[in-house]
Design a protein around this ligand. Structure first.
Ligand code: ADP
Length: 739
């Protein structure tokens, strides 16, 4: 009843004509020459219509009519398949218009009708008897029935790529299958319809492309391979301000000038394309155009034309440059700000470091100098203290400082003084200074020196700002110093005795001679005749006076001797020297003397009278300082050196850069009463020598290589052993000692 066939074959049915085409002669049964020519003529006519660009419905209509004219009782329907895979009947000239209407838009689906199935299966579908064929929908069957159509043979139409583009259907008025002629006609019809539809589609596509190009906002220009411009779209014409008439047939040099055009041509000839930016001045002012040129090739890879796409990037580039500039400006601004910030940061960091350092220095300075600061706002009695004051008063850092709290530390004997001072300060805004003592909880005493400066704060309130120095150490040193001085004075007196004895002897000698002379005179007067009693009395009185003078001298001597005699003890010469240095320091500083010392380490202890030896050292330092008093052309340098001398001796030398002494005076330096100073006594060195010699040492002077002199003494460190050896006393033997 029905079938789906492969390629259409002749079925041997009655042929009205025996068609044959030159296109596919081998598959067709032989047709009469006249029929062949007729078919050929028809085919040519249709092809001509296609070539001339006749509209598709017109072409397909002519094709359908031509096929129908070749066989009896058949009606043709040519449909194409749209993009949504629906049947679109295009031409069915002898079928009722109702039929076309019903078929329009039917999806490509097997069981609606033969055309849907043929398109779906991509094969020819033969329905010998539509009525008896249960594959079709009732709608299709009743439609065909109404119009007396009994059989239907539908064949898919293919394009050159093998895709189904439509269907060609023949409806017969009686149930039957296609004859060879029918098949021949079907073959011609599907081929020509395929060409027509494909051509139409291509044209539609071309039209679409042309439309796209002409409406494109991108400027398009087409040139031949000799760079003659053939086409431009509206955007191009507008972009360069050139009409078709002005541009067509011209070279691109008209737009970009000879030099740029030649460059573009050289590149595009070599690479078949060019991409770059060119400058045009067709509008009078320069504009930057981004140009892409590509070659369009034919099947033989020969260049047919060049298509150039142009985009005006002037504004974009300006905007980019402006953006770049503003970016750069922004970056430099940011860099500047960052640098400024960094600088400010560094500065504040430096200031902060500086402040921290200053604070540390201040704290350290306060600590070393034992000075603390305070402020006292009189109106509110608000007192602020520096760290050092808390330490000095030995209060916890957390306590709130009040006048009462301060009073609790002040020595009871000094409390009235302090209260008096507070009272005065509260009423008179004047600076004040006073010294008082603290009595600490452990019973120790601290000496304070307070200085306060009166000022006004922003609100005009009276405020004192001041410093309190803990002068306890200084007090103790001063006490120690005065003790040491009186000790030295005593020793000076004692050690001066040897020298003074000479002058005392002289003084005693005078009255003694007087006594002797007066006594003899008295005797002479008494033995005179008559005895000169008055004269003798007077002479005896003078004798008593001179006697008293001697007695006075003697008692003065006794007084000098009454002090304790020197006691040799083990001592460290370095330490003793250090003490002398600190005692003499203020004198030396006053004379702008730079004191250096080189003390030998691990110096043997010596046995000696510490105070006497210190007096010697002090004398040497004073002489050195005085010798440099007139020196102004060089540093007043003084070097004290101690060293272990040979023969178990310790040497101390004082080297100065002073005036020195002449070789002639070398021998006299140590003589009593030798002095080159206007107020000198000339006994310092002679006493010193006698002290050193008493210690079994020696004292000498040498002139320096350069300016100045060096005075040195050397004493044996094991003096006791020496003394023992000298006196022959064996201290280990108590019997000898007792004797
Ligand atoms: P005075 O110092 O009272 O003169 P001294 O006995 O101490 O007595 O010194 C005696 C003299 O020795 C000094 O007047 C001085 O001429 C000389 N003399 C002492 N020490 C030095 C010295 N360091 N450099 C140069 N001359 C010195």
């Amino acid at each position: 009843m029905y079938r789906i066939t492969g390629p259409i074959q002749s079925s041997g049915s009655t042929l009205k004509n025996r068609p044959h085409t030159s296109a596919d002669v081998s598959h067709r049964p032989a047709l009469e020459q006249a029929a062949v020519e007729r078919l050929h003529a028809g085919e040519t006519k249709i092809l001509e219509m296609i070539a001339r660009g006749k509209l598709l419905p017109e072409v397909l209509d002519a094709l359908a009519r031509f096929i129908e004219s070749q066989a009896d009782g058949i009606h043709c329907s040519i449909s194409f398949v749209d993009g949504e895979f629906r049947i679109r009947p295009t031409s069915a000239p002898t079928l009722p218009s109702e039929y076309n209407g019903k078929l329009d838009g039917v999806p490509i689906f097997p069981y609606i009708g033969p055309c849907g199935m043929a398109a779906y299966m991509k094969r020819q579908v033969i329905s010998e008897s539509i009525e008896a064929d249960d594959r079709w929908s009732d709608g299709f069957r009743s439609l065909t029935r109404e119009h007396g159509l009994k059989a239907c043979w539908s064949t898919p139409i293919f394009d050159s790529q093998g895709s189904v583009t439509g269907t060609f259907a023949i409806f017969a008025e009686c149930p039957c299958v296609p004859t060879a002629l029918h098949s021949h006609l079907i073959e011609i019809a599907t081929r020509l319809a395929g060409i027509a539809i494909e051509r139409q589609r291509k044209e539609e596509r071309l039209h679409l492309y042309a439309e796209v190009i002409s409406r494109s906002t991108e400027a398009v220009r087409i040139s031949d391979h000799d760079d003659r411009i053939a086409e431009q779209n509206a955007a191009h014409s507008e972009m360069f301000g050139l009409t078709d008439e002005e541009l067509k047939g011209q070279s691109s040099a008209m737009i970009f000038g000879e030099e740029q055009s030649a460059r573009v041509r050289a590149i595009q000839d070599e690479n078949d394309q060019f991409n770059g930016e060119l400058v045009t001045t067709t509008h009078g002012h320069p504009r930057l155009i981004d140009v892409s040129v590509f070659a369009v090739k034919d099947h033989d890879k020969k260049t047919v034309c060049y298509v150039a796409l142009s985009r005006d990037v002037t504004e974009k580039r300006k905007a980019e440059n402006a953006l770049k500039d503003s970016h750069a400006a922004l970056e430099s601004l940011v860099a500047q700000r960052t640098a400024a910030l960094q600088q400010a940061f560094d500065k504040s960091k430096r200031a902060e470091d500086e402040l921290r350092r200053s604070e540390a220095f201040l704290a350290e300075g306060q600590n070393l100098g034992r000075v603390g600061n305070f402020s006292w706002l009189v109106e509110t009695n608000e007192i602020r203290w520096s760290e050092q004051l808390y330490r000095t008063f030995e209060f916890e850092r957390e306590v709130t400082v009040t006048l009462e709290l301060i009073g609790s530390r002040v020595h009871p004997e000094d409390l009235p003084l302090m209260n008096d001072m507070i009272e005065k300060a509260q009423h008179a805004a004047s600076d004040f200074e006073y010294a008082h003592r603290l009595l600490m909880p452990d019973g120790s005493i601290k000496h304070m020196h307070l200085i306060a400066h009166a000022s006004r704060d922003r609100e005009g309130r009276l405020e004192y700002i001041g410093a309190v120095q803990d002068v306890t150490q200084r007090r103790l040193s001063e006490e120690a110093l005065s003790k040491a001085r009186s000790e030295l004075a005593r020793v000076t007196r004692i050690t001066s005795l040897g020298v003074l004895t000479a002058s005392i002897a002289h003084e005693v000698n005078q009255p003694l001679l007087g006594i002797i002379t007066n006594a003899s005179t008295c005797l002479r007067m008494l033995s005179a005749d008559p005895p000169n009693v008055d004269g003798a009395r007077e002479t005896a009185r003078r004798t008593i006076r001179d006697g008293n003078r001697v007695s006075d001298v003697i008692s003065r001597l006794r007084m000098l001797y009454s002090e304790k005699n020197p006691q040799p003890k083990m001592m460290d010469l370095n330490e003793a020297t250090r003490e002398v240095m600190s005692l003499s320091l203020s004198d030396l500083q006053r004379n702008q003397v730079i004191v250096r010392h080189e003390f030998a380490e691990n110096l043997h202890p010596i046995t000696g009278d510490r105070v006497q030896l210190q007096q010697v050292i002090m004398n040497l330092l004073r002489n050195a300082s005085e010798a440099m008093a007139t020196v102004n052309d060089r540093a007043r340098e003084l070097l004290i050196r101690t060293e272990q001398d040979e023969d178990d001796c310790i040497r101390l030398s004082v080297k100065d850069a002073g005036v020195g002494f002449s070789p002639q005076t070398t021998d006299k330096l140590f003589d009593a009463f030798f002095t080159t100073k206007s107020h000198g006594m000339g006994i310092g060195l002679s006493i010193s020598r006698s002290i050193i010699e008493a210690h079994h040492g020696r004292l000498w002077a040498t002139a320096n290589d350069g300016p100045g002199a060096t005075f040195s003494f050397s004493i044996p460190c094991r003096l006791e052993a020496l003394l023992d050896a000298e006196s022959g006393v064996n201290r280990a033997d108590p019997t000898t000692n007792a004797a």
